[in-house]
Design a protein around this ligand. Sequence first.
Ligand code: NIG
Ligand code: FE
Length: 422
Amino acid sequence: MAVNGVPATGSSDGDNTRINNVPIDRAWINARLSDRDDQLYIILTRSGLIHDVIPSSAETVAALQSSLNAASIIDVAGGWVTPGLIDCHTHLVFAGHRANEFEQRLQGVSYETIARQGGGIMATVQQTRKASFDELLKLSMPRVQALIDQGVTTVEIKSGYGLELETELKMLRAARELESRLPVRVSTTFLGAHALPPEYHNNADGYIDFLCREVLPAVATEQLADAVDMFCEGIGFSVEQCRRLFEVAAKHGLPVKGHTEQLSCLGGTRLVSEFKGLSADHLEYLDEAGVKAMAQAGTVAVLLPGAFYYLRETKLPPIELLRQYGVPMAIATDFNPGSSPLLSLRLMMNMACVLFGLTPDEALKGVTVNAAQALGLQDMTGKLLPGMQADFCVWNISCPAELASELAVNTLHQRVFAGEPG
Ligand code: NIG
Ligand code: FE
């Protein structure tokens, strides 16, 4: 007998045994999986994890019906299921806004000029330093909720609007707190080397010393960061300064990543690769040597089309080279008040296709499996495999490409985080 075109022969006996022997919490039946062939599958979950993913068959469904209560069997009825979405690069804990700079840029003033005049990142630093922990949390909760409502199950959040000990810690504590307040996994990143604070005017080396000596050790002691990031750029820090920071990160056992080659080609990506970094992000000005280094190191390329669009950049990241060398590409919002105040991961998927020439399939991998790798979470989430966290989304779509092609009504039907439908 066949159900929905899937023959019940072959593995079905084995499947039934597995179901009968192991207590399953829930079963999503008749699911079409974006990362598999065009059959119908059953996703079995147990204690927050994917217990197994097996082809649908009448026998298996009958076995489930006899061992689980009806509410634990969710019939997806041929709907598409993807891994939960992952936004692997955000700066979503901050206070204030920069609408005035948006207006300036529309008049032709560049992002770099605004930064050199004390605006840009420093404008947000002033606001964020003034905000209390509770205020920061209150501002950040709806931002994370907005991502959750789109199907995001893991979000990365950076510090970098403090640039002094207390505010950097406050931001990271707020980011960690978001994970206990909302049903989402938060990966935190220390970005003390984001900009030079006024206290260290003309003394970038002194500021890096301070980060290495005081801030990063404090962050590490409190276990507030899962990775260390930097901004390697003319308006940020030099390769040598970033190297010193990375050496201290390595001493604390923290993986590194970088904002590199965004406005010029300084060689920050090669530095990240030298440290076997998780990801190099932005990459518009990346050259072939940098791409090669990433491929050898297994570093993920995180593309940020929102910042490219918002800053009216014209230099495209080297997508074809990244493909040629087999560098995994991830896509993220880079949500921040200056260069990408755009809190839609689906919009980023669309922009990655329209502006950067990715395929919809690459865009989907960019916000699932490759985004997980950019956070070092590839064994935990981003794929529908036994043993992984049960993070997935059920969509009202006709095919997975629609996730990148269309931005109309919210097509998220159900989001499942760590086995819990929400
Ligand atoms: O990823 N490049 C540096 N940092 C952010 C921008 C932060 C800001 O402008 O506030 C980025 O684009
Ligand atoms: Fe960023």
